[in-house]
Write a protein that binds this ligand. Structure first.
Ligand SMILES: [Zn+2]
Length: 82
């Protein structure tokens, strides 16, 4: 891990939440860091089906799988390309 080259540590707030994947039903724990006064939208992917979700965060979110998908399939979420 590389440290940023500033002397001041930004005030990151770490937030985690559990969110089910609306596509496949897996339960995901999502860990994000938020920075006071700023923030961008990052995307995280469901590890089971690949559907991605936007989240407001300062850094790339981390996702861990709590419970596997419940839809009994093994397909991947496909964005509708029309
Ligand atoms: Zn999923």
């Amino acid at each position: 891990m590389e440290q940023p080259s500033g002397s001041q540590q930004p005030a990151f707030e770490r937030v985690s939440f559990v969110r089910p994947c609306v596509y496949c039903g897996a339960r995901l724990a999502v860990f994000v860091s938020r920075e006071a006064g700023s923030g961008e939208t990052h995307n995280y992917e469901c590890p089971e089906c690949g559907k991605d979700y936007p989240v407001h965060a300062a850094l790339e979110p981390l996702v861990s799988l709590l419970e596997p998908r419940t839809d009994g399939k093994d397909d991947r979420y496909m964005e509708t390309l029309f």
